[in-house]
Design a protein around this ligand. Structure first.
Ligand SMILES: *Cc1c(COP(=O)(O)O)cnc(C)c1O
Length: 428
C-alpha cells in the first residue's frame, strides 16, 4: 500500500515514510492510495481489539518495512481495555478512555510511538516529535514516548486553555519530554508546528516529525476500534450501528469513515461538534480553509477553528460537494453540554465528560436506533466541570492519580517560530 498526498496526487510514499514525515511535502496530508475491501465474514466475531485491528490494518501495512511488526505493534499499543457497553434504547457507548492518559488519544499516540520505534533510519540523531495539542494529544504522546530511547517529545499547548489535570499530563514527565506553554490558542499552536515543519533550518538541524492527527499512523490505529466495535455491535444485535463522534480536528471521525469505506459495518459517522462553527459552516456550503476564530467551550479538546482532517474527508469523498453530502454534523452548545452531564447519571447511568456529552446531546437530537456513542475522555479529567453538575466527586482512575502526584515543568513562549526555535536550541 502506498500513501498519497491530499494536495499532490503525483507524490506518494511508503507507510514508513509517511509516518516518519508526518506531513507530506507541500503541506498535504497522507491518505491511503486505495482502500481494501473487507467483509465482516473475514473476521472472527470473538476476536480481541488487537486481533481485529491487525486484520483490518494488514492491507495498509502490506509491502512496508513495518509489515512484519504489525502483530507486535497492535499488541503493544492496543493493550488496555476498550469496553463496548449496551445502554438502553439500542444505544451503546464505546469507552475509549481506559489508556494511560484517560482519553482516546492514547490509541493513536501509542500506535504511532510503536511504529516510530520500529522504522529503520540511517540517521543516528534522536527523533524530535513536535506535537501541538488542545489538551489530550500532548499527554498521550508524552506518555507513549517517555523513556523510549532515540526519541524526544516537544509539546506545544495553549497556556491557560487546558484543564489543570490535562496540563499535569503534559508537564509531569521530564526526561525526554518537554512542555511549552504557548501564549495563544490551539490554532496558534498548530500553526507554529506547521511553520516548524516547513522551516529549512530546523529540518537541517534535527530529525523532526509530527504526532498530530495529520500523522496517518494515528488514524490507522483508530480504525481498529471502529472496526472492532462495529463488528461486535452487529454480532450482539444483528444490526449495524452508526457512530456519533465528538469532533474537533476530525481525526477520529475520519478513521470511522475509512473503516466504513473498507466495507466494515459502520452505518454512518455523525460528527458532534461544540460551538465552534467551522465544520457546520463547511457542511452548510462554506469554505473551511480560512478557518474561523476558535471559541472556548467546555469541550476544550474540540475547540478547533480550522479542522485539518477535513482535507482528508474531502479527498475521500472526491470533492467538497460530495463531502458535504456524505457527512452530518450537529453543533452542541455549552448549555446543552451542562444539561447532558447533569442528567446523564439518571437517564443513562453514565457520568459523561464534556466531550462525550456532545455525543449524548446529538443522540437526543437525532433520534432513531442503533447508535454507538464514542466516549472520548474520562470524566475525572474534567472534574472542574463535571463534579458540580453531578453533585459528587468523580473517582480518579489509578494511572491518572499516579501522574497527578508528579511535579510539573513547563516553559512559556510566544506563538512565534523564532521563540520556538530559541527554546528548541536551548534544550539541545
Ligand atoms: C481530541 C479530542 C476530541 C476530538 O477529536 P478529533 O480527532 O480532533 O476530532 C474529542 N474528545 C476528546 C476528549 C479529545 O481529546
Amino acid at each position: 500500500m502506498r500513501y498519497v498526498s491530499t494536495r499532490d496526487p503525483s507524490h506518494s510514499a511508503t507507510l514508513s515514510d509517511a509516518v516518519a514525515r508526518g506531513i507530506a511535502p507541500g503541506g498535504g496530508l497522507y491518505v491511503p492510495e486505495s482502500f481494501p475491501e473487507l467483509s465482516a465474514d473475514d473476521f472472527d466475531p470473538e476476536a480481541s481489539l488487537a486481533e481485529t485491528a491487525e486484520r483490518t490494518l494488514a492491507p495498509f501495512f502490506a509491502a512496508d518495512a513495518l509489515a512484519p511488526h504489525l502483530t507486535a505493534i497492535v499488541r503493544e499499543a492496543l493493550s488496555f481495555p476498550t469496553p463496548l457497553r449496551m445502554l438502553k434504547e439500542r444505544t451503546a457507548v464505546l469507552e475509549l478512555f481506559h489508556g494511560p492518559t484517560a482519553a482516546f488519544k492514547d490509541y493513536g499516540a501509542r500506535f504511532l510511538a510503536a511504529c516510530l520505534a520500529r522504522i529503520p533510519s540511517a540517521d543516528p540523531r534522536p527523533l524530535t516529535i513536535l506535537v501541538a495539542t488542545s489538551g489530550d494529544t500532548g499527554g498521550a504522546v508524552a506518555a507513549a514516548v517517555h523513556g523510549r530511547p532515540g526519541m524526544e517529545v516537544v509539546v506545544l499547548y495553549p497556556r491557560g486553555l487546558v484543564s489543570p489535570r490535562q496540563e499535569k499530563q503534559l508537564t509531569c514527565w521530564g526526561g525526554n519530554v518537554r512542555a511549552l506553554a504557548v501564549r495563544g490558542d490551539f490554532d496558534a499552536c498548530q500553526r507554529l508546528a506547521k511553520e516548524a515543519f516547513a522551516d529549512a533550518e530546523l529540518a537541517r538541524s534535527r530529525r523532526l516529525t509530527s504526532a498530530n492527527s495529520i500523522n496517518v499512523a494515528r488514524l490507522l490505529a483508530q480504525m481498529g476500534y471502529f472496526a472492532w466495535s462495529a463488528l461486535r455491535y452487529r454480532t450482539e444485535t444483528g444490526s449495524d450501528a452508526g457512530f456519533i463522534v465528538p469532533t474537533g480536528n476530525v481525526g477520529n471521525a475520519t478513521a470511522g469513515l475509512w473503516a466504513r469505506r473498507c466495507g466494515l459495518p459502520v452505518r454512518e459517522v455523525v460528527m458532534a461538534t461544540n460551538a465552534n462553527r467551522a465544520l457546520g459552516d463547511f457542511v452548510a456550503g462554506g469554505d473551511w480553509r480560512p478557518g474561523t476564530p476558535t471559541v472556548a467551550t467546555l469541550a476544550t479538546a474540540m475547540d478547533v477553528g480550522r479542522p485539518s482532517n477535513l482535507e482528508r474527508v474531502v479527498h475521500l469523498a472526491g470533492g467538497e460537494d460530495a463531502a458535504r453530502k456524505a457527512v452530518r454534523t450537529f453543533a452542541v452548545t455549552d448549555d446543552e453540554i451542562r444539561d447532558e452531564i447533569g442528567r446523564g447519571e439518571a437517564e443513562w447511568g453514565e457520568t459523561w465528560d464534556p466531550h462525550t456529552a456532545t455525543a449524548a446531546a446529538v443522540r437526543r437530537k437525532i433520534g432513531g436506533e442503533d447508535w454507538i456513542l464514542v466516549a472520548t475522555a474520562h470524566p475525572a479529567k474534567f472534574e472542574g466541570v463535571v463534579e458540580p453538575l453531578v453533585g459528587h466527586p468523580v473517582p480518579v482512575p489509578p494511572d491518572l492519580a499516579a501522574l497527578l502526584e508528579r511535579p510539573s515543568h513547563a516553559a512559556e513562549i510566544d506563538a512565534t517560530l523564532a521563540a520556538l526555535k530559541r527554546e528548541l536550541a536551548a534544550g539541545g
